[in-house]
Ligand binder design. Sequence first.
Ligand SMILES: [Zn+2]
Length: 206
Amino acid sequence: MAANPDSPLDLLWKEYSAVFRDLDDLSLARWLAQTLGQLEGKAWRLSHPLLGAYRLAAQIGQDKHIWFKRLANPPTKYTESPCCRAPILPMLTRDVRDAGLICQHCNDTLVPFDDIPDAVREDLGKWADDYQPVHAVAHWEDRQRKAAGNYEQALEDAAKKAEKLLGQAGGDLTTRLLEFYPAIIWEDQDECLEVRPEDIHLQAQV
Ligand SMILES: [Zn+2]
């Protein structure tokens, strides 16, 4: 699931995923379709355990080309993704301007930024533009760190801002995306700023 398939964390996820690898194709297809039904109509934190399980199952499903076999029908609102033909299940990340909304099945771009519906695209772009300089603090070079005086404090301030902005993403912005997609996932962490899911509180309106 991450960049390095042999990292300890990836090996652990691989171990977890055995439960789905042992399923026959029909059982796996049914589990995926039924879980999509449970996910429908809501915004989900990436850290949610149900979603973690879904992503593991979906990964195995992709390897087995499960959606091509049409063994089980997902709920009708989940239309076919243009990227990999799996049911449409987009994820919002801080890279939305460059990467668009990400497919949970193949990790490719599901909806390019320019194709996000007008009603929410502008505010998403603004949010991403606000987020970018905050995230960048984690990657400041020595020169910038020195210029800031107290870098630890600058980092802490940036993490606080990131918590707020991510709360905005998980609240107002994803709620508005739900008008266009059957379900939506949002990345509820910033590993570079050490913002964890439990640090982020949802904001309904901004
Ligand atoms: Zn895809």
